[in-house]
Design a protein around this ligand. Structure first.
Ligand code: NAD
Length: 261
């Protein structure tokens, strides 16, 4: 068994991948030789440039397909537009923070649609493609909030617990096929959006960058280190490797010890 992950000849579709974790995962899968389909709901020239640049740097085929993951028909159309889908990474996600009694119903609906239902719709179209190809990987980007809860994040926590449940069902329905389904549960990951919150937090708490990171943002992350998008990409690549053929229906935490607390 080769210990290096060679994904040449495979096509990976990564939802919500024009920034952050999704883009980091696309980068690592492209490095491993996979063709990639990037996605978000926007359709700007820079989205397509991002894909073209990724393809050129890694010598793979990369496309950007605009599709709004809050819309079931567009989730399904994304996978159909990809044409094949050997690796499906359900990553698109949004957040909203408010107490239950003040949580706007439209925010609840949007989070459930984008963070949870989209994974159901893409998986439904991708599984027959994987069965036909004789190999497949479903990797759902859940969260430490798929395993634990925090106040004021009702929709997010429910959606991420739902993603973990969907992952288990997907694994059982594909258990005798050469297909696996797993969820990655990151703690706090250093993405541009997270990085952008640091200066505001420094002002609000009158703290240094190090103090904000350690005592505010990573208060629940025992390692006191952010996970990185490269580490997330590496975890997806591992789940796509032959070493992970018998890993299915489970969660992989990348959370610096958060869920050990
Ligand atoms: P991000 O905002 O950088 O990325 C989210 C991506 O989803 C973007 O590409 C965005 O354009 C896309 N997206 C949003 N709404 C969409 C829609 N309607 N249709 C299609 N695409 C849409 O955030 P991120 O931190 O990279 O988050 C990626 C995933 O990782 C999310 O599911 C998030 O819940 C999860 N996660 C993030 C962290 C973290 O600390 N950053 C921790 C745990 C889990």
């Amino acid at each position: 068994m080769a210990l290096q992950t060679d994904l040449s000849g495979k096509t990976a579709v990564i939802t919500g991948s024009n920034s952050g974790i999704g883009l980091g995962v696309a980068e690592i899968l492209a490095q491993a030789g996979a063709d990639v389909v990037l996605n978000s709901f926007t359709d700007r020239p820079e989205d397509h440039v991002l894909a073209a640049d990724l393809g050129k740097r890694h010598g793979i085929s990369a496309r950007y397909v605009a599709a709004d993951m809050s819309k079931p028909d567009q989730c399904r159309a994304l996978i159909e537009a990809a044409g094949r889908c050997d690796i499906l990474v359900n990553n698109a996600g949004i957040q909203h923070v408010a107490p239950i009694e003040g949580f706007a119903p439209e925010k609840w609906d949007a989070i459930i649609a984008i963070n949870l239902s989209s994974a159901f719709h893409t998986t439904a179209v991708a599984l027959p493609m994987m069965r036909k190809a004789g190999w497949g990987r479903v990797v759902n980007i859940a969260s430490a909030h798929g395993l634990t809860a925090s106040p004021y994040k009702s929709a997010y926590v429910v959606a991420k617990h739902g993603v973990v449940g969907l992952t288990k069902v997907t694994a059982l329905e594909t258990a005798e096929d050469p297909i696996t389904a797993n969820a990655i549960c990151p703690g706090y990951v250093l993405t541009p959006l997270v990085e952008a919150q640091i200066p505001d937090q420094m002002k609000t708490h009158n703290m240094s960058r190090d103090q904000v990171v350690r005592d505010v943002m990573l208060a629940r992350q025992p390692s006191k280190e952010f996970a990185t998008v490269e580490q997330l990409g590496g975890t997806v690549a591992f789940l796509c490797s032959a070493a992970a053929d018998q890993i299915t229906g489970t969660t992989v935490s990348v959370d610096g010890g958060w869920t050990a607390l």
